[in-house]
Design a protein around this ligand. Structure first.
Ligand SMILES: C[S@@+](CC[C@H](N)C(=O)[O-])C[C@H]1O[C@@H](n2cnc3c(N)ncnc32)[C@H](O)[C@@H]1O
Length: 300
């Protein structure tokens, strides 16, 4: 059942055509939209949204989706992540003894092997292979894995406290279908064979809201190409954020790749959490500048 969420200003998507029509779409630096420069606080933002009303959203769905598909052309836009880190801390507070014990005992048992690997070899009876990138404390991962014991879950997270917390969930729920990479998901994407995943979740990735930090965002042209390579045709990519500018950023890059389709038909398709969504720890903090937005892409 869909869950009602706070009203979201549809200008998150109105921002997209602005980017898409700029001439410098091949540059790694994108112009800062007026919307970003003059971004109001959440209260002002919501007031403005209420004023404009939902008609705008309907208009948006009628015009933006076809417009985006017309304007967006596959591109070789290069935004190499190289050594640039997309994450912040890799360790914070001291890890509790029980979790530290699991890092020593459970993690080596369920760690994804180094280098190229075939996920089917990790669980030959798996019906599907799903990947969660940046699982934080692992609540979403553990709940999804418990719901679908037939699915093999790959999971990547460089934040050690997060990995330790996820191990606690995996251990407590006796999950046998999770394999963890305690590191950068981009290394995992490189190591996976082509068309080996059925689903990928990127939920509330670090927003890096300052323009000078945008290069740290996980979603870059190169990452989109990597995701497209490892997803099967018809495979799904779920992206969630509570930063309107990051939603527009992602929409632009994913559609420009020409490798994914966005099948949203009405505003509720991005403003309401999908039926099978599990609320994440970061999501409830509400640190962004809008209500959570969910973009569901399908690999063409
Ligand atoms: C803002 S937190 C959100 C965590 C979780 N998805 C949630 O919603 O509660 C973003 C997470 O992504 C992780 N992350 C950032 N870059 C990553 C990367 N390249 N590979 C894997 N995880 C990454 C960070 O360490 C952090 O834990």
């Amino acid at each position: 059942m869909r869950e009602a969420r706070r009203e979201t200003h549809p200008s998150v998507f109105a921002a997209a055509p602005f980017y898409l029509t700029t001439k410098d779409t091949k540059d790694t630096k994108f112009r800062v939209s007026k919307d970003q420069r003059d971004r109001p606080g959440r209260k002002g933002f919501e007031r403005e949204a209420l004023k404009k009303g939902r008609n705008f959203s309907n208009l948006l769905v009628s015009f933006l989706v076809p417009l985006v598909s017309l304007v967006v052309k596959p591109s070789s836009m290069s935004e190499p992540h190289g050594p640039i880190r997309s994450y912040g801390r890799i360790k914070a507070r001291p890890i509790k003894p029980r979790q530290a014990g699991l890092l020593d005992t459970l993690l080596p048992r369920i760690a994804i092997p180094e280098g190229p690997f075939d996920p089917r070899a990790l669980k030959p009876d798996a019906t599907e292979v799903w990947l969660e990138i940046g699982f934080g404390g692992g609540e979403h991962l553990a709940e999804q894995a418990a719901r679908r014991p037939d699915v093999l879950f790959l999971a990547a997270e460089p934040f050690l406290n997060g990995v330790a917390s996820a191990l606690r969930h995996i251990d407590a729920r006796r999950l046998e279908n999770v394999r963890v990479h305690a590191g950068d998901a981009r290394d995992l994407l490189t190591a996976l064979p082509e068309a080996s995943l059925d689903r990928v979740f990127i939920l509330f990735p670090d927003p890096w809201p300052k323009a000078r930090h945008h290069k740290r965002r996980l979603i870059q042209a190169e990452a989109v190409a990597d995701l497209a390579r490892v997803l099967k045709s018809g495979g799904a990519l779920r992206f969630a954020t509570d930063w309107k500018d990051y939603a527009a950023w992602t929409l632009e890059r994913v559609l420009r790749s020409g490798l994914f389709a966005w099948r949203a038909e009405q505003a509720d398709d991005w403003r309401l959490a999908p039926a099978d969504h599990v609320t994440t720890r970061y999501e409830v903090k509400g640190l962004g500048d809008c209500a959570p937005l969910f973009l569901e892409f399908v690999r063409i």
